[in-house]
Structures are given as structure tokens and as C-alpha cells.
Design a protein around this ligand. Structure first.
Ligand SMILES: C[S@@+](CC[C@H](N)C(=O)[O-])C[C@H]1O[C@@H](n2cnc3c(N)ncnc32)[C@H](O)[C@@H]1O
Length: 252
């Protein structure tokens, strides 16, 4: 079995959004998938009055830069992106070379924190924790992340938060809200909310015809998901039927 680093180095080839998003679907699908993530993020920002402008931000597992793009449009003071993949870091350094306030470091968050020991107003962790399979590594990564947050400061973290730990293959383990709650509470954080991101994206579709339709017309999923979210059809918060959710935690 490949190490986590080897896995990501071999997954990144073209550095397109499929590779950091859902590689089983088209670029078009992933475009709308990321738009759905953005919609949930905007909702959380609005609901909790989160300010990006002028803030110091760390992005854990930057991938192809979806969050960096989102944040830059909102004029933060600085962004530090970290990723276990050297390919990702090299790509991102090139992509954002014109931005003096954006830096990247290649590191494994289960092993170390960014150099310099700075603290950040906001640390976001998008689709990374569920890739950390070993429980000790998970704990260590959470400790590093918590210690990077200023007082007061925020963590925005995306995972599935199932009722019980779910192991999906060799490289994906999703842990319940209670596991996060325990670690966050013991590090002086409170969970403000868990916002559903989407219901229909990121599902395994085995039917070839439906899969083809979804790859061709993902905007339909985006619209249906948006309606379901605004009507609260599948429920709100952690107990909703959403496949992935955004946890907002505040350091007290
Ligand atoms: C599913 S991608 C998500 C990328 C980005 N956050 C997004 O939402 O588009 C996960 C990213 O986390 C990185 N990663 C995985 N494990 C990591 C670790 N232990 N430390 C730092 N980065 C990690 C991977 O290299 C990959 O770029």
C-alpha cells in the first residue's frame, strides 16, 4: 500500500480540479461540485459573520487551490497553504507567484506544523481529515491544527461526520462529530455549527446512463441541491442527509 504522500503525488498529474475533487467525474461535474462547496462556505460566512478581509489564514491541504482562489477574492492579509504533495505545492507556488501575501509549504500535517510557529485568524481544512487513516495521526493533525488558531479564531473543517466511524477503502476514514467534539473541546474550541454542503454530489452512481447524464449536466444537481438546502428537505446540521458537511468551530 502506498503512503499518503505517495498516493497524492501519483494522483496529481495535470493538476486539474478532478484530481483534488472527485476524480471519478468530469471537469464540468467538478466545477459545479466546487460551486456547491462555495455555496455552503458563503452560507457559513454569512451566518457567523466571518470576516476574511485583512485576516491571516492557513489552508491545510490546498490541493489545486480552490480555497485560495475563494479567499483571495476577499482580500485577506495573508494566506499560507500547506500540502503533503510537493507537486501541489510547486503548482500553487507558480499559480500564485504574483501574490506576495500568499505562501506555500510542503508538509504532512500529521507530522508537523508550518515553520515559524505563527497563529492564524482562520484555519480551513477542506476534505483532508477523512484521508488520515490512522487514529494517532488524526489526533496529531487535529492538535497541530488547533494550536495554529489565534485566540479568538476559527476552524472551518469539512468531513462527512457519520454517526459512527466509517472506513471507505484504504484511504478514506470518516469520523463522527463526537470524535471532533472531544478533541475540539479539550483544545478550548466550541462547535458553532455543522452546515450541510450538498446531498447529491460526491455519491457513487453505478448506473452508466445516470452517471453520463450527471457528468454532462451537473448544473442540474447543483440546482436541485440548492433547492433541497434552502427548503431544508433532508434536514439541517450534522444529522442531515448531506454527504459532506462544513464544521465551524471557534476558539474561546
Ligand atoms: C481531497 S484533496 C482537497 C484539496 C482542497 N482542500 C480542496 O478542497 O480542493 C486533499 C488534499 O490534502 C492533501 N493532504 C492529504 N493528507 C495531507 C496531510 N496529512 N498533510 C497535508 N496535506 C495533506 C492532499 O495532497 C490533497 O491535496
Amino acid at each position: 500500500m502506498q503512503s499518503l504522500k505517495e498516493f497524492w503525488e501519483s494522483r496529481y498529474r495535470k493538476m486539474d480540479i478532478r484530481e483534488s475533487g472527485n476524480i471519478g467525474y468530469s471537469v464540468r461535474y467538478n466545477y459545479w461540485y466546487y460551486r456547491a462547496k462555495e455555496r455552503a462556505l458563503l452560507k457559513a460566512i454569512k451566518r457567523h459573520g466571518i470576516v476574511i478581509k485583512g485576516k491571516k489564514i492557513a489552508d491545510i491541504g490546498s490541493g489545486t487551490g480552490f480555497i485560495v482562489d475563494f479567499l483571495l477574492r476577499r482580500e485577506p492579509a495573508s494566506i499560507l497553504g500547506v500540502d503533503i504533495s510537493q507537486k501541489s505545492v510547486d503548482y500553487l507556488k507558480g499559480k500564485y507567484s504574483g501574490h506576495k501575501n500568499v505562501n506555500f509549504q510542503c508538509l504532512d500535517i500529521t507530522r508537523s506544523k508550518p515553520q515559524g510557529g505563527s497563529v492564524y485568524d482562520l484555519v480551513d481544512v477542506y476534505d483532508v481529515m477523512c484521508l488520515i487513516v490512522q487514529d494517532e495521526d488524526f489526533l496529531q493533525a487535529m492538535k497541530h491544527i488547533c494550536s495554529m488558531v489565534a485566540k479568538p479564531g476559527l476552524i472551518l473543517l469539512v468531513d462527512m461526520f457519520p454517526e459512527k466511524t466509517v472506513r471507505l477503502g484504504d484511504y478514506i476514514v470518516s469520523r463522527p462529530r463526537e470524535d471532533y467534539l472531544q478533541i475540539l473541546t479539550s483544545n478550548a474550541f466550541e462547535i458553532l455549527e455543522i452546515v450541510p454542503q450538498f446531498y447529491l454530489f460526491n455519491r457513487n452512481i453505478s448506473n452508466r446512463i445516470i452517471r453520463r447524464m450527471v457528468n454532462l449536466f451537473p448544473v442540474v444537481i447543483y440546482v436541485i441541491d440548492g433547492i433541497a438546502l434552502s427548503l431544508n428537505i433532508f434536514g439541517d446540521g450534522n444529522k442531515s442527509g448531506a454527504s459532506f458537511k462544513l464544521l465551524v468551530a471557534k476558539r474561546k
